[in-house]
Design a protein around this ligand. Structure first.
Ligand SMILES: [Zn+2]
Length: 312
C-alpha cells in the first residue's frame, strides 16, 4: 500500500483501523501472558518473575511491561471490562493506573471505580483515582532486570539533614553512592572461606546454621536455576536457600546440598519434588482473602508475601 497516495479521509480510516487492530493484538498478548503466569512458565524458562521475562525476553520497556502486567491482572479479575479495552473506551494506561490503587477494594467498589474511568485520559484518570484513594507516600521497592532494585524511601527532614551532612563529608553526589559508602563502613567482613563450615551429619531441624547460610550465599551469589535451554536466572532479589535433596526427603543442611534460588525457582523446585499440590499449599499461604487480591503490581504480587521458611 502506498501510504503517500492515500486521500486524507482514507488515511484517517486506515489509522483508526490500525489502532483497533493494535488494541486487539495487545489484548491477545495479555491473555497469553496471563496463561504464562498461571502456568508459571517464566520460572521454567529461567526468569524470576513475569516482569523479568517480559522485559528481558520480550524486550518491552519497564513502563510498558508494568502497564501490561497491571492491566492483565485487572482484566483477570474483572473480565467484563475487556470489551471496553477492545473498543478503546478504556486504555491500557488507565487500567494500569487503576490497578494498584483499587487492588484492595471489594469487587463492587472496583467495578464502580472502573465505570468512572470510561473515556478518561491518563491525566483525568489520575484525578478520579486521587479522589478515591489519595496517594499516600509509602516505601516500596521493585526489582529491575532481576538484579538491581528501584527503591522509594520516605525521608524525614531530620534524616535528610543527616544524610546531607554525610554526603558533604564523604563528597558523594548520588544516593546509591552514599548508601554504598555507609554499607561498606558498617558491614563486618563476611566469612568467605573457600572451606565450608562443618554441617551436622543429620539435620534435626529445618533451621540452617547461620555460618552455613553465609557460606552458601557468598559462594552462589545469585539464583542458580538453569533453564532447559541453559539460561541461568541469576536474580539477586529475595534469595532463599534451597535444598537440592529436600529436607522433607532426608536432605541435610550440608553446603553441597544447598543452593541459592529466587522465590520463583525455589517454588518451582518444590513443585517438581512434591507435585502441584505444593503450589496450592503455597497459594493458600500467600493469597490474601478474595476481596484484597494481589504481585504483582510487579510484581507484583505474590513476591510481596513472605514464604513461611526456606527448605521445603
Ligand atoms: Zn531464579
Amino acid at each position: 500500500m502506498q501510504i503517500k497516495k492515500l486521500s486524507d479521509e482514507a488515511l484517517r480510516t486506515a489509522v483508526r483501523g490500525l489502532a483497533e487492530e493494535e488494541r486487539r493484538v495487545t489484548l491477545k498478548l495479555l491473555h497469553h501472558l496471563r496463561e504464562v503466569e498461571r502456568r508459571r512458565l517464566y520460572a521454567v524458562w529461567g526468569y524470576s518473575s513475569l516482569y523479568a521475562y517480559v522485559t528481558t525476553e520480550l524486550k518491552l520497556s519497564e513502563g510498558s511491561a508494568m502497564r501490561r502486567i497491571q492491566a492483565m491482572r485487572l482484566l483477570r479479575e474483572i473480565p467484563e471490562i475487556e470489551t471496553k479495552v477492545e473498543t478503546g473506551v478504556l486504555s491500557l494506561t488507565v487500567l494500569s493506573q487503576a490497578q494498584p490503587v483499587i487492588k484492595d477494594l471489594p469487587l463492587e467498589k472496583k467495578q464502580e471505580v472502573i465505570a468512572k474511568l470510561d473515556h478518561c485520559s491518563a491525566r483525568q484518570a489520575d484525578r478520579v483515582l486521587a479522589e478515591i484513594a489519595p496517594r499516600k507516600a509509602k516505601e516500596s521497592s521493585r526489582p529491575i532486570d532481576g538484579k538491581s532494585l528501584q527503591v522509594t524511601l520516605i525521608l524525614t527532614p531530620e534524616l535528610q539533614e543527616k544524610l546531607k551532612q554525610l554526603a558533604d563529608q564523604e563528597g558523594t553526589t548520588g544516593w546509591a553512592e552514599l548508601f554504598e559508602r555507609m554499607a561498606d563502613r558498617l558491614l563486618k567482613p563476611k566469612h568467605t572461606s573457600a572451606t565450608p563450615p562443618p554441617a551436622p551429619a543429620v539435620s534435626a531441624t529445618r533451621h540452617i546454621p547461620l555460618p552455613i547460610q553465609r557460606f552458601v550465599r557468598a559462594r552462589d551469589k545469585h539464583c542458580t536455576y538453569r533453564s532447559p535451554n541453559g539460561r541461568v536466572c541469576a536474580s539477586t532479589f529475595r534469595l532463599e536457600l534451597d535444598h537440592k535433596i529436600p529436607f522433607a526427603m532426608g536432605g541435610t543442611h550440608d553446603p553441597s546440598n544447598l543452593t541459592l534460588r529466587c522465590r520463583a525457582h525455589n517454588l518451582l523446585g518444590a513443585t517438581r519434588a512434591f507435585g502441584p499440590g505444593i503450589q496450592r499449599y503455597w497459594a493458600k499461604l500467600t493469597t490474601p482473602p478474595k476481596q484484597s487480591q494481589y504481585p504483582g503490581g510487579a510484581h507484583p504480587s505474590p513476591s510481596r508475601q513472605r514464604r513461611p521458611s526456606h527448605g521445603l
